[in-house]
Design a protein around this ligand. Structure first.
Ligand code: CA
Length: 237
């Protein structure tokens, strides 16, 4: 938490954008600004950011498309969505696409700063922030690319959400061992939004659909009854 964190604000309301910059700089962040999706993506491509504050309603494109393109490029910046009140389906979609948190407008700056710090605490412990980690895995039938957040199960390639990728990463890191739901909750979700174990199971079910050819007879993401999950596989390379 010592070096300055760099935040990119993608927000088309100029007053809000400038206000965020002003306040985040006072809080010790380096801040870049973009007023639409295209320039936001350009800015994200020019230098790495620790965190992106992403408005969903942008003049040129949907914020969710910005998020999708960031993740497809392998950009691991933490993302907090700034959403309008009542757009709950967008929040859910955003988290599915790999956002780390969302905050509903209008919000207080104290709350926003607290959310930013919580997300950065969580994500700075994540593998990608700890230096080079293995990004490509080949288990024969199953190929995993953590740079692009994709899996190929021998038939189709699928895009992983951030949560699915984090779960898969944790399972593969401990290949052959049981990973408990509690481990997954603590590591993947952190303490901010501690969901129920049911959430873990739902994400595992979605992950399994992407990883397995036959979800009824999984070969890789194995349920260990009463305990949690285990990843099975032999790395080819
Ligand atoms: Ca907007």
């Amino acid at each position: 938490m010592d070096e300055k964190k760099r935040v990119l604000v993608i927000e088309d309301e100029a007053d809000l954008r400038e206000g965020l910059k002003h306040n985040l700089e006072i809080d010790g962040f380096d801040v870049d600004l973009a007023g639409d999706g295209r320039s936001g993506l350009d800015c994200a491509g020019r230098k790495p950011h620790d965190l992106v504050l992403l408005d969903l309603m942008l003049p040129d494109m949907d914020g969710l498309d910005v998020l999708r393109q960031l993740r497809e490029r392998g950009d691991h910046a933490a993302v907090i969505i700034l959403s309008a009140r009542g757009q709950d389906h967008d929040k859910v979609a955003g988290l599915e696409y790999g956002a780390d948190d969302y905050i509903t407008k209008p919000f207080g700056l104290a709350e926003l700063t607290a959310r930013i710090r919580a997300v950065l605490r969580r994500t700075s412990g994540k593998p990608e922030a700890k230096g080079r980690r293995r990004e490509l895995y080949d288990f024969g039938d199953l190929k995993v690319d953590f740079r692009r957040f994709t899996v190929h199960n021998g038939e189709v390639e699928s895009q992983l959400s951030r949560y699915e990728a984090d779960i898969l990463r944790m399972l593969i890191d401990r290949i052959g061992e049981v990973v408990t739901r509690r481990d997954l909750l603590t590591e993947v979700w952190g303490y901010v939004h501690l969901p129920t174990t049911r959430t873990v199971d739902n994400h595992i079910a979605r992950l399994r659909k992407k990883v397995e050819i036959d979800v009824e007879h999984p070969k890789h993401v194995i349920t260990v009854h009463g305990l949690g999950y285990r990843f099975d596989g032999d790395a080819v390379a």
